[in-house]
Design a protein around this ligand. Sequence first.
Ligand SMILES: Cc1cc2nc3c(=O)[nH]c(=O)nc-3n(C[C@H](O)[C@H](O)[C@H](O)COP(=O)(O)OP(=O)(O)OC[C@H]3O[C@@H](n4cnc5c(N)ncnc54)[C@H](O)[C@@H]3O)c2cc1C
Length: 401
Amino acid sequence: MSKVTSTHEIVIVGGGIYGTSLAYELASRGRDVLLLEGGEIAGGASGGPGERGVRANNRDIRELPVVSLSIDRWQVFQEQFEGGVGYRRVGGLQVFDLPYGHREHEIRGRMEAKAAIQSALGTPSKILSRDEVFALEPEMSRSIVGAMYCPNDGVGDHTFATRQFAKAAEAAGATIRTMAKVSALLADRGRIRAVRLVDGEEIGVGDKLFVLSNVGAPKLLAEHVGQGALPPTWNLMPQMMYVTNPENHVIKHLVSHAHRRLAIKQLPDGTIMLSGGVSVSHKDGRVDTGSLSATAINLTDSIMTFPFLDRSEFVQVDATRVDTNALDDIPIIDRPQHLPNLYYGYAWSGHGFAISLGFTKLFADWAETGDKPADLEPFSPSRFTLSPRVSVQPSRLALTA
Ligand SMILES: Cc1cc2nc3c(=O)[nH]c(=O)nc-3n(C[C@H](O)[C@H](O)[C@H](O)COP(=O)(O)OP(=O)(O)OC[C@H]3O[C@@H](n4cnc5c(N)ncnc54)[C@H](O)[C@@H]3O)c2cc1C
């Protein structure tokens, strides 16, 4: 006897920013959508304290068209949704100094090339002089020699945004079930027909299935896509630090550094969030809260950028949220040829929040038209395999061995 309790046209697995914003997008286009979340909405990488950077600056060139679409949409939803989506367009500054052994023309040349390419691909970017940087951020270290300025970059309250999209999806007619963990995808005659929950309940997939469960995605996909066809990925748990601002200085922008792993932002309550640095190791079932070495490196880099931070005190150190990573730091997005109603995306590589609304718009367009949007092409897992048209010459290989 079939255990299928209900069937929905579109089933989405995962209640992070990807699942909820896609559920909203498809439900508002009139589709019958069910979202299944194994825990609570925003219980994964899309939840937790503080804010996420919403930046287009310093991304892989292949992401630029999608991220500029996404950033436009952050602004649109901020204005459209009652209560907004927690997005603030504060502008981004990626500062640079001169690391030992480097010359200013090398650093500046690279930054100028990046600014030109980013601007051409939809992200206005400009190199600022030292004085222009200090005019924008007076507390900045005097060792800074310039910065890339991206006025459209900003920050977002990720937990709030994810919950707002879930709420809007329900208002648009989607059904959301939490504590509904999917244990298997059930395929039959070249299509995914149903998903099975951990308690054995089966839910029919009327038309399309989206697997957007981040850390939970590879396991669900492996049986159907084939372990060999899924590129290797790994999990990272970025560490976030929150410190006081005893002298009430203001950091207006989302600040990063060209040579240090750093992201600094001031939260609406005045707390300063230091992130972007070293991650904490993650193993299934284990949750770490902070690491002394990761803290030390990240703090030093922060103080080198804003010296007044040396007089701050800790509020919180948090390392409880996990993201998936791909070798080239861009996501893996596909629809397998042998299962054309299965769509998936993961491996956002630590910067998936900012770009999410671009990807979910493109996912929805793809589902609606059947044609893969050209901007999604670079994210196919086939990029990790040698094209059959490339013939590798053994003599060349020998030279590099
Ligand atoms: C600490 C940290 C800081 C970050 N900072 C930034 C930043 O500054 N800027 C930026 O752009 N990005 C940032 N990112 C990345 C960004 O937050 C993530 O890429 C993004 O939130 C991923 O969204 P998601 O919906 O794919 O995943 P998630 O939010 O992880 O959602 C996936 C959901 O799927 C559920 N799930 C898993 N398996 C199953 C299953 N079998 N059945 C049902 N449900 C399942 C999980 O419970 C989870 O809720 C950061 C990530 C972390 C962890």
